[in-house]
Design a protein. Structure first.
Length: 351
């Protein structure tokens, strides 16, 4: 605390990202992709004309948005891009959720949402998950000031299909429904094809996970023209140039390589299911997952102790210190070799 801090700043509880360790660890704690970005990314980097850095980038990021629009088969006016999807989410909070009705979200979901509620003075109402730890779509109220959840959800891993999301949108029509699809490419079903039917649907996504570009910071939103225009108004009141010219060139190169994209996500899915079977063999309970991580608990082993034991043996996973999640570990899917090491260490820790 400092006397120079505003009262608002004193009241904030920032989001705590997973650790980026300095020592060499097998890093299974922040859902990064274990495979390199598309080969075209390296070419784009090498061939990028340095002189372009003299100029400001295109404030509308037109070229990147056009490439995304083709990818999603939507109009360029239905696409927004930001400096990571966390920034897109922050702008969406300001554009759509800052009013007198509470924003509804599942009790367990991406822990950045409550942080933004504090920062942007958005009242929050949490909804319990169903008995299988899935997001309970029935629980969202048509009278709320908005709805937000990750689909597949984090850190639970379950995703609802498009029809279920459409069912929610049939009921909730008067406020924005934000579906965060950070993990959709690992086996989920995207709600993007619904945007023409539901003007209050905003779908966000990121290059950080399935495109192996967490270090680049690129995220996007897809929705009706009126929602995208709303996001642009907030963006242009905050930072006209969130996407630098290099990030734009790299993002476009990544989007163009469908083969690499499919190979990487299929490898992650295969390794995930293989890891599930092996963890179950060690007595773990493993929640079903359509994402690039598994949420696991052991009936006899304390999750916090397992976390420490793994870390001492060079493997970093994620343990959340909240009441609901303290008995669980979230394990990102790495390469086959990394998961072999994980299983080997766990065999020693769970006699
Ligand atoms: C990782 C993640 C994000 C953030 O992605 P960035 O584009 O790297 O900011 C957003 N939502 C969820 C649910 C995530 O897990």
């Amino acid at each position: 605390m400092s006397k120079f801090w505003s009262p608002k700043l004193r009241g904030l509880t920032p989001y705590i990202p997973g650790e980026q360790p300095r020592e060499r660890l097998i890093k299974l704690n922040t859902n990064e992709n274990p495979y390199p970005p598309a080969p075209g990314v390296e070419t784009a980097l090498r061939e990028f004309p340095v002189d372009h850095l003299r100029r400001y980038p295109d404030p509308e990021s037109r070229a990147l948005r056009e490439t995304l629009a083709r990818e999603f088969k939507v109009e360029v006016e239905q696409v927004f891009v930001g400096n990571g999807s966390d920034e897109v989410l922050a702008l969406a909070f300001q554009a759509f959720f800052y009013h007198d009705r509470p924003l509804e979200m599942p009790a367990i979901t991406y822990s950045f949402y409550p942080v933004y509620c504090r920062l942007y003075d958005v009242e929050r109402r949490t909804l319990p998950l169903d008995t299988e730890w899935r997001v309970d779509l029935e629980a969202f109220s048509p009278q709320a000031g908005g709805a937000i959840f990750a689909n597949p959800n984090a850190p639970t891993g379950h995703g609802h299909g498009r029809e279920a999301i459409a069912g929610l949108l049939e009921r909730v029509t008067e406020s924005v429904v934000l579906v965060d699809e950070a993990y959709v490419d690992f086996g989920g079903e995207s709600a993007v094809p619904l945007i023409d039917h539901y003007p209050n649907l905003l779908v966000t996504g990121t290059f950080s996970k399935s495109r192996s570009l967490a270090g680049l910071r690129l995220g996007y939103a897809v929705g009706s023209r009126e929602l995208i225009e709303g996001l642009e108004r907030v963006k242009d009141s905050f930072n006209s140039y969130p996407i630098d010219s290099l990030a734009s060139a790299i993002g476009i190169a990544a989007l163009k390589d469908h083969e690499h994209f499919d190979a990487c996500r299929e490898a992650v899915i295969t390794t995930r299911e293989r890891t599930r079977t092996r963890l179950e063999g060690l007595g773990f309970r493993v929640l079903p997952s359509q994402s690039n991580f598994l949420l696991v608990s052991h009936p006899e082993q304390d999750a916090a102790q397992l976390f420490v034991g793994l870390r001492e043996r060079g493997i970093l996973v994620r343990h959340f210190n909240t009441e609901a999640l303290s008995g669980w570990l979230r394990i990102s899917i790495g390469t086959e070799d990394e998961m072999d090491s994980l299983i080997e260490v766990l065999e020693g820790l769970t006699p």
